[in-house]
Design a protein around this ligand. Structure first.
Ligand SMILES: *Cc1c(COP(=O)(O)O)cnc(C)c1O
Length: 477
């Protein structure tokens, strides 16, 4: 039964029904502020059972990684182990307040310290801040650190940040937020940064380069050392977009590759939940020369005591209190449960799964840069006359799969960006490949089936722009 046919909360209202009972009043009664009485706010009156059913039914209409394969390229919808929730729910973590003095919160600070240390080890950086709330926020933090570094050296003429055209849209946004200008660098025929264009753009006005490696095409930059050296030679810094480290875990360290600063998305690589606007965490790692600019607070260990300190030339605070602490607990749980060997296995399996899926569909869905991919790859929905990637994506829903990322990266027309992650089985990958191949057949034999998809959802093909620009978020009786 679909949402549209179900009674809505307001329509189930019946006078006198209640889903709560408050304890007896043990303080003097005082009136509610104006506008807040039951009559004035017009809340539905329903029983607890009806309330539970309403919200549980709504929750079951969600696609989630716990119910379906969710192969969003770049977004890493890997399984979030339930043990993460067990640790994050422990009383010692949930019942501390961020304003408690340091001596009372030593266990929590120890956890933050261990996570900082683990991320340093994984990435090869000299220091890590856990402040940022998400990847884009980490980028903003990282670019502010780059700015502070240049300003500190009197290098104030540097205003340009170079960004390859395969980059995530948040990169130029973070640059603009930091008061700099984003300059696009083209890719070459193999999907790498175009070295000649990079060399031509590098001069004394360059703040640095923001590079994603593997890039959003799922390709490892083949000239990474030359790219890094070119940027350093003109005095610029190299920012690594490490939102998704799945292909590198335990295999290569961005710090060793010469990167100066990089953010991690704990909610991608380290299995903390994301989507739906929930809290994320985007720690930033920096090389030695950027340590003084890290945000406040940093957790340090002196003897057996953990302390919060402000680095010497700190860019200041980036987020209230200590960052999204619950995400830190989940990420450290994931890291410690895996350990060094299993984290490497995560990377190996993520790359294997992506290449397996690519091999199964690339004869039908062309891959513009036909190289061995890393954790993801970008195919094209250009498979039959009049068929677009959107048709394929919508038809996948009928087969019970969440569509991959579509129309990104922008440099591949009709892009379908697929990241299976390491947590999926061969059976799931095969079922997904079979569905894609079946849809390609339908595209030839019955294209309208694709044009009008999805057919099995409460609402059919949506006006997505309208839904984003003019959302209807309130009940309209
Ligand atoms: C997801 C992602 C980001 C942004 O991360 P958010 O947590 O969504 O802000 C940035 N860069 C890349 C490559 C990403 O995949």
């Amino acid at each position: 039964m679909w949402l549209a046919e179900e009674p809505l909360l307001f329509e189930m209202s019946s006078p006198g029904r209640k889903a709560f009972s408050l304890p007896d009043l043990d303080v003097p009664e005082s009136p509610l502020p104006e506008g807040m009485t039951r009559e004035e706010v017009n809340l539905p009156e329903i029983s607890e059972l009806e309330l539970v059913r309403h919200y549980v039914r709504l929750s079951q209409k969600n696609y989630s990684v716990d119910t379906h394969f969710y192969p969003l390229g770049s977004c890493t919808m890997k399984y979030n182990p339930k043990v993460n929730e067990v640790t994050a729910g422990m009383e010692g973590f949930t019942r501390t307040h961020p304003l408690q003095p340091e001596w009372m919160a030593q266990g929590n600070l120890a956890l933050m310290y261990r996570l900082q240390e683990a991320l340093k080890e994984i990435s090869g950086f000299a220091g890590v801040t856990l402040q940022p709330a998400a990847g884009a926020h980490g980028e903003f933090t990282g670019v502010l650190i780059m700015r502070a570094y240049h300003v500190d050296r009197g290098d104030t003429q540097r205003k340009k940040v170079l960004i390859p055209n395969s980059a995530h849209g948040t990169n130029p946004a973070s640059v603009a937020m930091s008061g700099f200008e984003a300059v696009e660098i083209p890719s070459d025929a193999r999907g790498n940064v175009d070295l000649d264009a990079l060399k031509a753009a590098c001069d004394e006005t360059v703040v640095g380069l923001m590079i994603t490696n593997p890039n959003t095409l799922g390709l490892f930059e083949e000239h990474i050392k030359e790219v890094v050296d070119t940027v350093h030679a003109c005095g610029g810094l190299v920012y690594g977009d490490g939102a998704n480290l799945n292909a590198l875990l335990g295999v290569a360290r961005p710090g060793d590759l010469g990167f100066d600063v990089m953010h991690f998305n704990l909610h991608k690589t380290f299995s903390t939940p994301h989507g739906g606007g929930g809290p994320g965490s985007g720690p930033v790692g920096v090389a030695e020369h950027l340590l003084p600019y890290l945000p406040f607070p940093q957790v340090v260990k002196e003897g057996d005591t953990y302390k919060l300190v402000t680095p010497e030339k700190s860019i200041g605070r980036m987020k209230a209190f200590h960052g999204n602490f619950g995400m830190m607990v989940r990420a450290l749980t994931y890291i410690l449960l895996h350990g060094e060997e299993d984290l490497r296995q995560v990377a190996i399996n993520a790359v294997l799964n992506a290449n397996y899926l690519k091999a199964r569909i690339e004869k039908v869905y062309p891959v513009k840069y036909p190289r061995t991919c890393m954790h993801e790859f970008v195919a094209s929905g250009n498979i039959a006359d009049g068929i677009h990637t959107m048709d394929i994506a919508k038809r996948l829903i009928d087969y019970g799969f969440h569509p991959p990322t579509v129309y990104f990266p922008l440099i591949v027309p009709e892009a379908i960006m697929i990241e299976p992650t390491e947590t999926e089985s061969k059976e799931t990958l095969d079922a997904f490949a079979d569905a894609l191949l079946k849809i390609a057949e339908e595209a030839r034999t019955n294209p309208d089936l694709l044009h009008t998809a999805p057919h099995t959802t409460p609402v059919r093909r949506l006006d997505e722009v309208g839904a984003a620009r003019k959302p209807v978020l309130c009940y309209r009786g």
